[in-house]
Design a protein around this ligand. Structure first.
Ligand code: DGL
Length: 275
């Protein structure tokens, strides 16, 4: 048994979709969530910048003695997962792309699968590469959807404005004859209803959140690091480099539960401050 917490990070609120899946599946685990809201969006930034940001956050989480790190962000997974694993070979570090591909394989019948994500994720070709590595027989159509993350971070997920941006982002998939759509950005499940309205009910939406949580459970089982039921319930702690009250307000809306205290993180000090 291992009492230490699990670290989870994203550019902002999106990774809360993964945190939620972890909390549901592994209620006795302690979870520390880091939302780098002050520096979002990640998906339009160059790879070396995301490698630096991801390294800084991993270091901050490891200082809090986490036993595992979940990169709950496709863009950071695409840009920096290899680097983080190289730097911390003894810490299990899980990204969200591989779980997303596995979820798509399970869901599709025709093999025609759309993937929507940030510019970083689409340009990196990480979904195509990962499908190849997993020998997944998928015919992928990967599309960048600028503006979706900003909608989620501003809490605007079903206004006319949001619908227009979503329709424009999904337009390249209109004639792609997909039966499955991977939400290849952890922010996008928060837009799922609007996305579904646009692509139609015949297309199955999959996200990596549940699959990632199952992978974490497997690793905890294999390593014997799970925090057992007798240890009592887990907890969740939240850090944001942005504005804690905003993070708490929007996070509550999206998680459907109060986040409790959200602490501020100051990058100049590289430390927590009173939020
Ligand atoms: N949630 C992130 C992802 O999965 C990043 C979004 C962003 O900050 O651009 O790609």
């Amino acid at each position: 048994m291992n009492e230490r917490p699990i670290g989870v990070f994203d550019s902002g609120l999106g990774g809360l979709t993964v945190l939620q899946a972890l909390a549901d599946l592994l209620p006795t685990e302690r979870l520390i969530y880091f939302g780098d809201t002050a520096r979002y969006p990640y998906g339009s930034k160059p790879r070396d910048v995301l490698r630096r940001y991801s390294t800084q956050i991993a270091d901050a989480l490891l200082e809090r003695d986490v036993k595992m790190i979940i990169v709950a962000c496709n863009s950071a997974s695409a840009a920096a997962l290899d680097l983080l694993r190289e730097r911390h070979p003894k810490v299990p570090i899980i990204g969200v792309v591989e779980p997303g591909v596995r979820a798509a394989v399970r869901a599709t019948r025709s093999g025609r699968v759309g993937v929507i994500g940030t510019r970083m994720t689409a340009d990196s070709k990480i979904y195509e590469l990962t499908a190849q590595q997993l020998h997944a027989e998928l015919d992928l159509e990967v599309v960048a959807c600028p503006g979706f993350v900003e909608l989620v971070e501003s809490g605007d997920t079903d206004s006319d404005h949001a619908r227009r941006i979503v329709a424009a982002g999904l337009a390249p998939l209109r004639d792609a004859a997909i039966d499955t759509l991977v939400l290849g950005c952890t922010h996008y499940p928060l837009l799922a209803r609007t996305i579904k309205e646009t692509v139609g009910r015949g297309v199955v939406l999959v996200s990596s959140a549940d699959e990632t949580a199952f992978e974490v459970r497997d690793i905890l089982g294999r390593t014997g690091w799970a925090r057992g039921g007798l240890a009592g319930p887990g907890w969740r702690r939240f850090l944001t480099s942005g504005d804690p009250p905003t993070f708490r307000r929007l996070g509550r809306r999206f998680l459907g539960a109060d986040l409790g205290r959200v602490q501020a993180w100051n990058w100049e000090l590289a430390a927590e401050t009173e939020g």
